[in-house]
Design a protein around this ligand. Structure first.
Ligand code: CUA
Length: 203
């Protein structure tokens, strides 16, 4: 009993300190190894692939965004080039017909922007000096106008930075109409009258 009340204080405190240090080291080792496990073993990584790009490659994305932003490589398979800068996405409207697979190549001309298509799983950062590549598989029932916004504060006009992604499913809808319907629609379009199904036909 005597040794417990005399020597317990200082010595016991040091032992606790070693225990705390050991716990902290174990927790840190656990966190770091779980990061490595998710990244390398399970291949869970940030949403987009950031490709290091030189000035020429970045300018190529910029030029494509202005001149030929939407490239349909095969039916429903798209490459889309988008250029962001304070406070616009270029182009401001992107129309995709029956998209199955859309690969975005996005570059910024100034600061970091956040590329997000509201209501979808498309959400990644666009970094200066990199091309952000992201492949999206839009759900087959997704259609209409989607909002492409910037979700990374980039300056006073940040909230103005938006564009439209328009998903058209008109082709598939037309495919399901009967042959006679197709003929009548063709006749109507020849006479340039708006048919009741005009909305479908027009997309
Ligand atoms: Cu670009 Cu906020």
């Amino acid at each position: 009993m005597a040794h417990e009340e005399k020597g317990g204080g200082g010595h016991g405190g040091l032992v606790y300190e070693y225990i705390y240090i050991a716990i902290i080291v174990a927790v840190l080792a656990g966190f770091i190894s779980s990061l490595g496990y998710y990244s390398f073993a399970l291949n869970i990584n940030p949403a987009c692939e950031a490709i290091k790009a030189d000035e020429e490659q970045l300018q190529e994305i910029q030029q494509l965004a202005f001149s030929n932003p939407v490239v349909e490589k095969a039916p429903g398979i798209y490459d889309v080039y988008i250029y962001g800068r304070q406070y616009v996405w270029i182009p401001s409207t992107i129309t995709l017909e029956n998209p199955k697979q859309v690969t975005f190549y996005v570059a910024t001309g100034d600061v970091i922007h956040g590329f997000e298509i509201a209501g979808t799983n498309v959400n990644f950062m666009v970094l200066p000096g990199y091309i952000s590549k992201f492949t999206w598989y839009p759900p087959s029932d997704l259609e209409g106008e989607l909002l492409l916004l910037c979700n990374e504060y980039c300056g006073v006009g940040h909230q103005l930075m938006k564009a439209s992604i328009i998903i058209e499913r008109s082709g598939e809808a037309l495919d399901t109409t009967s042959d006679s319907g197709g003929f009548i629609e063709e006749l109507i379009s020849l006479l340039s009258i708006t048919s009741p199904t005009g909305i479908l036909a027009h997309g």
